[in-house]
Ligand binder design. Structure first.
Ligand code: ADP
Ligand code: MG
Length: 230
C-alpha cells in the first residue's frame, strides 16, 4: 500500500443486533484516506458516521471487511498494538467533548501522555504548551464546568494532539456549539491540519466544514454515495 494512504477500508460492514432486530449500520464501505488530507464525512443522522469512525479508529471491530492503518490490517494486530495505535497514532474529538470533569484543562491534556509513560513534569509542560497553542494558555487550571463549550472543545482538541498523532478523528466536533464558536473550532482544526500535517477526518452536518475540506465523502444508509474533491 502506498505511503500516501494512511487508512484504507475494504468493504467494511457492521451489523448491530438489538433483540430480534438486525441493523446493517455499514453496508460495505471502501475508501482510501490520504495522508495529510482534511476529509469530511457528511450524512444525515443515523447514516452510519459514528459507526464508521469507530471502525477506522480501532474502537470497534467490523462484522466484515478490513481496515488498514498505516499499511497494517488493524484488527489482525495483537490487542496491545491496537491499544498503542489508539494512544499514539490517533487523536479523538467527540461532539460532547468527553473531558474528565474532575480534572483541570492541563490534567485532561496531560493524561494521555502519562498513559504513554511520560513523567508528570514533562507531561505538564507539554500539555501547557499545547493548550497555549489552541489559545487556552490562560485557562490551564480551569475544570470543564468552569469553561464555555467552545473552550471545552479546545481542550479536547489539545488532548487529541497530546501524543502527536498522525490522524485526528473528529465526530461532529461542532455539533454542540453555536455557529460562530463552531467556526472557530473548524478554523483551529484546519490550522493544525496545515501546520502540523496531521490528517483530519471529520464527520459533520456543518456546511462550514466543507470549505475546510480537501474531500467530502457523503454517506447515507451505511453506504458511500459519492466523494467530492474540493
Ligand atoms: N450500539 C448500537 N446498537 C444498535 N444499533 C446501533 C448502535 N449504534 C448505532 N446503531 C444504529 O446504526 C445506525 C447508524 O448509527 P450511527 O453510526 O450512530 O449514525 P450517525 O453517527 O450517522 O448518526 C443507526 O440506525 C443506529 O440506530
Ligand atoms: Mg453520530
Amino acid at each position: 500500500m502506498s505511503q500516501d494512504i494512511i487508512i484504507r477500508t475494504e468493504n467494511v460492514k457492521k451489523l448491530y443486533r438489538l433483540g430480534d432486530e438486525e441493523i446493517w449500520a455499514l453496508k460495505g464501505i471502501s475508501i482510501d484516506i490520504r495522508r495529510g488530507e482534511f476529509l469530511s464525512i457528511m450524512g444525515p443522522s443515523g447514516s452510519g458516521k459514528s459507526t464508521f469512525f469507530n471502525q477506522i479508529g480501532a474502537l470497534d471491530v467490523p462484522t466484515e471487511g478490513k481496515v488498514y492503518f498505516e499499511g497494517e490490517s488493524l484488527f489482525d494486530l495483537p490487542e496491545s498494538k491496537q491499544a498503542w495505535i489508539r494512544c499514539n497514532r490517533i487523536g479523538y474529538i467527540f461532539q460532547t467533548f468527553n473531558l474528565m470533569p474532575v480534572m483541570s484543562a492541563l490534567q485532561n491534556v496531560a493524561l494521555p501522555m502519562t498513559f504513554q509513560g511520560a513523567s508528570r513534569e514533562e507531561s505538564s509542560a507539554r500539555a501547557a504548551a499545547i493548550l497555549e497553542r489552541v489559545g487556552l494558555g490562560h485557562r490551564l487550571h480551569h475544570k470543564p464546568f468552569e469553561l464555555s463549550g467552545g473552550q471545552q472543545q479546545r481542550v479536547a482538541v489539545a488532548r487529541s494532539l497530546a501524543n502527536t498523532p498522525s490522524v485526528i478523528l473528529a465526530d461532529e466536533p461542532t455539533g454542540n456549539l453555536d455557529t460562530r464558536t463552531g467556526g472557530e473550532i473548524i478554523e483551529l482544526i484546519k490550522e493544525l491540519n496545515i501546520n502540523e500535517g496531521v490528517t483530519v477526518i471529520c464527520s459533520t452536518h456543518d456546511e462550514k466544514m466543507l470549505a475546510a475540506s480537501n474531500r467530502v465523502c457523503w454517506i447515507s444508509d451505511g453506504q458511500l454515495d459519492r466523494i467530492i474533491e474540493h
